[in-house]
Design a protein around this ligand. Sequence first.
Ligand code: PRP
Length: 177
Amino acid sequence: MARRSALKRLIGRSQLRRRVRELAAQIAHDYRGQQPVLVGTLKGSFVFLADLARLVDLPVEIDFIGAASYGQARETSGQVRVYHEPRCELQGRHVILVEDIVDTGLTLEEVRRFLEARGPASLRVCALLMKERAREAGITVDYLGFVVPNDFLVGYGLDCAERYRNLPDVYVLDGEG
Ligand code: PRP
């Protein structure tokens, strides 16, 4: 019999706020005097990007790249599709790729390759969450919010078949969705 899905809070909004503020301060320090472009990966990063951009004390520009691999499923399809390209000129710019979560690392790898091909002056990655398995696989990013367990997470931009993105906290989703 199918179980009802249950949400268990993993990271609360005040903890998120504190950590995003720290990441923003670190970025503002590292890019002082520069005007980096924050490129958020759609759709999951939209909440993190909105909070980060408002806390970073720099004249940043904002753009998005649309990449998806999960579709309606909880397992990655293994194929990352870029369906929306950034509109800013990225050549010669300092680009910070903003990701909500690194799980298998496939999206990050594909998006990084895509952005590198635009010839930025520099490219760094800021991810709010990284699964333990990604860290164990040796995947690294320049700015990281939290290492999280290998569970299916929702909220703060993360979805399950498009649900839960607007929850203000990060939850573990158990059971059937
Ligand atoms: C999710 C998430 C990350 C990516 C991470 O995106 O937002 O971008 O998966 O997983 P990976 O490290 O295994 O590649 P998804 O493909 O679900 O699209 P969405 O952001 O539009 O939900």
